[in-house]
Design a binder for this molecule. Sequence first.
Ligand SMILES: *[C@@H]1O[C@H](CO)[C@@H](O)[C@H](O)[C@H]1NC(C)=O
Ligand SMILES: *[C@@H]1O[C@H](CO)[C@@H](O)[C@H](O)[C@H]1NC(C)=O
Ligand SMILES: *[C@@H]1O[C@H](CO)[C@@H](O)[C@H](O)[C@H]1NC(C)=O
Length: 405
Amino acid sequence: MGIIGILRPAILLLAGLAWCSELVAAAGRVDGVFNVKEYGARGDGTTDDTKAFVDAWTAACRARGSPATLLVPAANSFIVGPTRFSGPCASTRITVQVMGTITAPPAGAWRELEYWLMFYQVHGLTVTGGSTGLLDGRGGTWWRKKCKDHADCISRAPTGLVVMNCIDVELSQFHSKDSPQMHIAVSMSSNVNVAQLTITAPWDSPNTDGVHIDRSDHVRVTGSTIGTGDDCVSIGSGTRFVTVDGIVCGPGHGVSVGSLGKKGAAVSVEYIDVRNVQFINTMNGARIKTWQGGKGYAKSISFTDINFTNVEHPVVINQFYVDRHHVPNNMGAVALSNITYTNLSGTSRRKTAVEFDCSESGSCTNIHVNSVAITAADGGGTVARCRNVQGDTSGYVYPKIPCLR
Ligand SMILES: *[C@@H]1O[C@H](CO)[C@@H](O)[C@H](O)[C@H]1NC(C)=O
Ligand SMILES: *[C@@H]1O[C@H](CO)[C@@H](O)[C@H](O)[C@H]1NC(C)=O
Ligand SMILES: *[C@@H]1O[C@H](CO)[C@@H](O)[C@H](O)[C@H]1NC(C)=O
């Protein structure tokens, strides 16, 4: 028997294995499902499965001309480090079906500090959890971290899930918890639906906004429960046509437009529709905040059908946000106009339930308040405070707002 004869069984075995893996790859292509376990993910809660996720994404993204699903199976916990899932993809749409848990590495084990999971330049993306999916950012390992100073620590913590430069996106039915910094950031994107999410972090966790939106248009955040250490939803500059509808918010800092105009930046925000929100034990409710010295505008913003339970500052416009380290050299302000509050009710933790604090440059105009009844949580009366605001009220408005017509 020659050497080939001896090796023959081994050669057959290898050929068979190659044929099998061809089949697996082909199966992925046929039914369009790319299971991370078929790409080597262990899901045992200790192995780093980042490479398997990247490989499964790459395969799904290459599925030319058909929809593809990247499957993260249930009853598994996958450790995935900071990863950018990039498009454009050849597949018509990618669904990331997160049935199991995706867990971040602990602070200290990160290479990338800007984000954890980023979707970049994808057109047609769904990330959905079918109610069992969990993204666990292990923020606790960051919040306790020792840094030079507290601000340094916060600014270096990564955002959980980033949707950047994407079009036509749905994020739905998963739980995002304990992100090191913001949980979800939608940036430079268009047509984004965020629906039926649960987002949680401790009330005292730093900068853990639920959903942050900037430089984007046509974004909807609906039917979600958000309770974190910062804003439930925050809306930044360059943002148009945002709807926030059906949110239970608390604990946290409320729904905020801003802060806008930091370090004299020129901003534009318009057509923001916030409705049907319940604020429970939050620091703020409906808030618009701009930095002193900012330029540009925020206009056509409405807050409708809002209920407050024991909220510290239910309704706030503040044009005097100041950075102690950067005293602005011009005293201009981001112009706020056409802002409408309709049907606001509930209770305030403090006596001052409404604060409109605008700069003397006359940049708060056409502020409309219709039907408001906010009493004090302790059963007492409430008051409104305002400076430099122009606008009117209609219907029953309590507390009475002295500077509006
Ligand atoms: C004021 O804002 C509302 C949306 O809240 C919008 O429909 C309306 O067109 C705006 N009006 C003006 C004059 O810009
Ligand atoms: C006012 O808002 C509450 C939610 O806070 C809602 O239940 C109620 O139907 C709204 N009222 C009207 C007249 O739309
Ligand atoms: C609004 O909140 C108040 C105070 O918590 C509560 O008593 C009331 O039932 C709520 N109303 C609606 C319509 O949710």
